[in-house]
Design a binder for this molecule. Structure first.
Ligand SMILES: *Cc1c(COP(=O)(O)O)cnc(C)c1O
Length: 395
């Protein structure tokens, strides 16, 4: 261990040397089952041969040229993502927070074009949009904002999954230009809104001329059992943000837009040196190929149901378990008490990678290549861990 890394992460004392499918191996050759996918990133599992070959081939051909020139792989990726999502145009960046920054800039420019001096974006409590200053201000978590004031102004905060609050915001402010929301709050505790929430937001956006901007950095690219979570219902967004699983670990983010929203960012308004370079785009194109060929989007839905059914059965009647919930392969188990220590326990005692978010929600975001037997192993370990934890902390 070195002292030369800035201490902004509280890391667990394990280092993985290699991976294979849903498994990781440490330097001693110990095998761990990954139920987190590097936080919703490695949907294809680790060291997928197709992706490894594509990246190696691209590295031998061309890594980067900059956006001063045409990039055919970027054009191909834009076409693919638009065909899958019903959007019409794409901008590429390198992360989820950058996709959110691009959306915030797009919304502000859209507002200024309508002669609004202080365009505002409606955002929700409990949301997570990233760590850079714009996305941080949009984020609905005072704990991650603390110490970084003054926060960027121009946001109107409302409770999540509450359409009346958005209507009220419309009556209180005449300079709202967009709503930015996650279809399922991930970091906020795997919170799934009512089935008509997005359609309700769509209707409000249509009524007031606002842009519906969906942060699908975590829910997108197959995770919830659809290519994009909004496809569970009828509401088509104006702006769609992607990152995490898009490159399966190769850094890439995207903003997709359509119609009026796609016309806002003209030459010189926004950019990125790396964004959409040949390596990242080759990775994302390969990820989309493999997801389609291996039918992993459909698999995400079945996998999530299997995990939730198994956990509900194994935890039935247990005091301290509030709810087992989720959408597709996003799974949350909410307990009645803080349970952050379960992450280290799962790693040490069960060689299992899980996460706890919002303090008391055990979160699973497994690779979509998981077998039924591996899913059942995860259920058994997680249920055992929760049972032991609850009985130990009760006394
Ligand atoms: C992870 C996440 C982000 C931030 O992505 P980074 O790549 O870490 O910047 C933004 N929005 C949502 C919904 C996320 O889950």
């Amino acid at each position: 261990m070195t002292d030369h890394l800035i201490a902004n992460y509280a890391r667990l004392p394990v280092a993985f040397e290699r991976g294979e499918g849903p498994y990781l191996f440490d330097a001693e050759g110990r095998r761990y089952l990954d139920a987190l996918s590097g936080i919703a990133v490695c949907s294809l599992g680790h060291a997928h041969p197709r992706l490894a070959e594509a990246l190696a081939a691209q590295a031998k051909t061309l890594l980067h040229t900059s956006n001063l020139y045409r990039i055919p792989l970027q054009e191909a990726l834009a076409e693919r993502l638009c065909a899958l999502s019903g959007m019409t145009h794409a901008f590429f960046c390198n992360s989820g927070t950058e996709a959110n920054e691009a959306a915030i800039k797009l919304a502000r420019l859209y507002g200024h074009r309508r002669d609004l001096a202080t365009p505002r974006i409606v955002v929700t409590e409990g949301s997570f949009h990233g760590r850079t200053l714009g996305a941080l201000a949009a984020t609905g978590n005072p704990a991650v904002q603390a110490g970084f004031e003054p926060l960027l102004p121009g946001f109107v905060r409302v409770p999540f999954d509450n359409l009346e609050a958005v209507e009220r915001a419309a009556t209180e402010h005449d300079d709202i230009v967009a709503v930015l929301v996650e279809p399922v709050q991930g970091e906020g505790g795997v919170r799934v809104p009512a089935a008509d929430y997005l359609a309700g937001l769509r209707a409000l956006c249509d009524r007031y001329g606002w842009l519906l901007m969906l942060d699908e950095v975590q829910t997108g690219v197959g995770r919830t059992g659809r290519w994009f979570a909004f496809q569970h219902g009828p509401a088509q967004p104006d702006v769609l943000l992607l990152a995490k699983a898009l490159g399966n670990g190769a850094p890439i983010g995207a903003l997709l837009a359509r119609d009026a929203a796609a016309e806002v960012l003209g030459p010189g308004t926004h950019g990125s040196t790396f964004g959409g370079n040949p390596l990242a785009c080759r990775a994302a194109l390969t990820v989309l190929d493999v997801l389609a060929e291996e039918d992993l989007v459909t698999r995400a839905e079945a996998l999530g149901e299997r995990l939730r059914d198994g956990l509900r059965e194994a935890l039935a009647g247990l005091d301290g378990v509030r709810e087992v919930r989720g959408l597709g392969a996003m799974v949350g188990v909410e307990l009645d008490r803080p349970c952050g220590e379960l992450v280290a326990r799962a790693l040490e005692e069960r060689q299992l990678l899980i996460n706890v978010t919002a303090g008391r929600v055990v979160r699973l975001l497994p690779p979509l290549v998981l077998s039924d037997a591996e899913a059942d192993t995860i259920v058994r370990h997680v249920a055992d861990l929760i049972r032991d934890f609850l009985s130990a902390t009760r006394s």
